[in-house]
Design a protein around this ligand. Structure first.
Ligand code: MLT
Length: 311
């Protein structure tokens, strides 16, 4: 008998992360909206890092490894950190900017940190927001029936914006799978969504971070972030070697729910192809032993052996 669909929600980064099949990480205002936008515009690899200094260092080392410099983007207190090319407004990204940079390095206060926290559990990770909500859900369900939604929140506390987006995704999940088992926190998120009878945008605008962004001149970002299902890309976390260890990199996968172009049809304008890195998503997860997504050297060999043994 197939496992029932289950959903759990972690309302703020820093809370305990339960065992799930896939993490859907949300930071609507604005990290995961910006990440989704980067891929909507056809962007290449995007490296999420945990601090501005790590971002500067990685951007430097990627540039010195040859090729054009990555786009260095992100925020500190919602504004662009010193020396960064761009802040964290999705509206500042353009086709031109994306095309002129082979990749991007991003550091934000909560969003990129949450992506890395989810990755450290050894579970596949998807970046989601209102713009790609349905596509992200569809892709998550194709990975496994136990969904975890990690809301980045703000300063390790829940945020209305992310909770609302989690509720939106759960509402869609419940429509597709009425029998879904919801953890208490998932029920809270669903309640938040269902209480927003005035509409998504109106409710989103009441979030603490939305009020703050509006006050400092980023009000238009909130409208943009609330364009539900405007995007069909699903940013997914992968790992790649870095020295003796591994580093996280986001790449886009096409929404499987969307009709694929026939072989004779031209490539979509965004240039996003089906994910060639899918095999990397084989991950080690064990009930008795904690495994990590970022495995280097010996740890990696041990994990690979374990996967062989399981197969
Ligand atoms: C974050 O990651 O903390 C947010 O994206 C912050 C922001 O964009 O203002």
């Amino acid at each position: 008998m197939p496992r029932p669909v289950e959903a759990d929600v972690v309302l703020a980064c820093g809370e305990h992360l339960p065992a799930v099949d896939v993490w859907i990480v949300i930071d609507v205002l604005r990290a995961t909206t910006v990440i989704t936008r980067w891929f909507e515009l056809g962007g290449g690899d995007l490296y999420p890092v945990a601090s501005t200094s790590a971002a500067r260092e990685l951007a430097r080392s990627l540039s010195s490894a040859g090729g054009a410099a990555p786009l260095l983007m992100g925020e500190e207190n919602a504004i662009p950190p010193e020396g960064f090319d761009l802040g964290n407004s999705p509206l500042d990204l353009s086709h031109e900017l994306v095309r002129s940079h082979p990749c991007a390095v991003m550091s934000t206060s909560n969003g990129t940190v949450s992506l890395l926290a989810a990755a450290a559990t050894g579970t596949p990770v998807i970046a989601a927001c209102v713009r790609n909500a349905s596509a992200a859900l569809e892709h998550a369900l194709s990975i496994g029936p136990r969904l975890g939604i990690l809301c980045a929140g703000r300063r390790r506390r829940p945020g209305w914006d992310d909770t609302l987006c989690a509720g939106l995704i759960l509402n869609e999940l419940k429509a597709r799978h009425p029998e879904v088992l919801l953890a208490d926190s998932a029920r809270l998120a669903l309640l938040a969504w269902r209480s927003s009878s005035g509409g998504l945008l109106e409710s989103m605008r009441t979030a603490d971070h939305a009020i703050f962004l509006d006050r400092i001149g980023y009000g238009a970002d909130i409208d943009f972030a609330c364009e539900q299902d405007a995007a069909f890309v699903v940013p997914m976390l992968h790992e790649e070697p870095e020295g003796d260890g591994m580093r996280a990199v986001l790449r886009a996968v096409v929404n499987t729910a969307r009709p694929r172009p026939s072989p004779s049809a031209p490539e979509p304008e965004s240039g996003i192809n089906p994910d060639p890195f899918a095999p990397l998503l084989q991950y080690a997860q064990d009930k008795d032993e904690k495994q990590y997504f970022f495995l280097g050297g010996e740890a990696r060999k041990r994990a690979e052996k374990k996967l062989d043994w399981r197969n």
